[in-house]
Ligand binder design. Structure first.
Ligand SMILES: O=C(O)CCC(=O)C(=O)O
Ligand SMILES: [Mn+2]
Length: 202
């Protein structure tokens, strides 16, 4: 596997993994996904609206509503999730391998005010598979904590084209997005940031 640019608290960060051409190809593929499985604004189990809008591609999509956080075989609108676009799978193949491909590619859209609180990705059945995440569009301040809630954290700005892999000792690390830097990228018409999070679910 290629060497990451840096490792922060066991999280592997590949700065600038995708050049502008590859980023644009990804965005075009994601527009097709969103056309078939529209973005929706989830609520947390306690009923608070999340600030990101989201949708998914793959056998499963990640959803949140009054019934909890979980993977679902269908979009809340009833349709199936579109397949994960090939350029997304190509990133997974290069950085994780071919043995198993992700079941879910969650697509988060952050507009100016959106953020994501510190959390663990733990709705999957098998934590031996890493989580791979791709940043597109505006810069985002990514915070990495510990394996339990609380304690000191470290932050790093993620830029468009960066890829993050949380596996091994970092698979269950707390992480979140404090804020984005509006207007820092011109990749997305209308601005904002897209994050793709690929996971093996079952
Ligand atoms: O937006 C990001 O970079 C992280 C997203 C994330 O942690 C998640 O969707 O679980
Ligand atoms: Mn996460």
């Amino acid at each position: 596997m290629p060497e990451p640019t840096l490792i922060l608290r066991d999280v592997a960060i590949y700065k600038g993994w995708l050049d502008l051409g590859k980023q644009a190809t990804l965005v075009a593929a994601l527009r097709d996904v969103v056309a078939r499985a529209p973005l929706f604004q989830p609520v947390t189990p306690t009923g608070r609206a999340m600030s990101v809008r989201m949708t998914s591609a793959g056998r499963y999509g990640w959803i949140s509503d009054r019934n909890g956080y979980r993977y679902a075989p269908n979009h809340p609108g009833g349709m199936g999730w579109p397949p994960i676009p090939e350029p997304v799978l190509a990133i997974w193949r290069a950085l994780v391998g071919e043995t198993r491909l992700p079941d879910c590619c969650l697509i988060n859209l952050y507009t100016t005010e959106a953020r994501m609180g510190l959390h663990q990705d733990r709705d999957e059945a098998d934590f031996s598979w890493p989580v791979l995440s791709v940043s597109l569009g505006d810069d985002a301040l990514f915070r990495i904590g510990n394996l339990t809630r609380g304690g000191k954290t470290e932050s790093i700005w993620l830029n468009s084209g960066d890829v993050v892999v949380m596996g091994g000792a970092a698979r269950l690390v707390y992480h979140g997005i404090d804020r984005i830097r509006p207007g820092s990228s011109s990749l997305l018409r209308g601005g904002g940031r897209i994050n793709l999070t690929c996971r093996v679910v079952t």
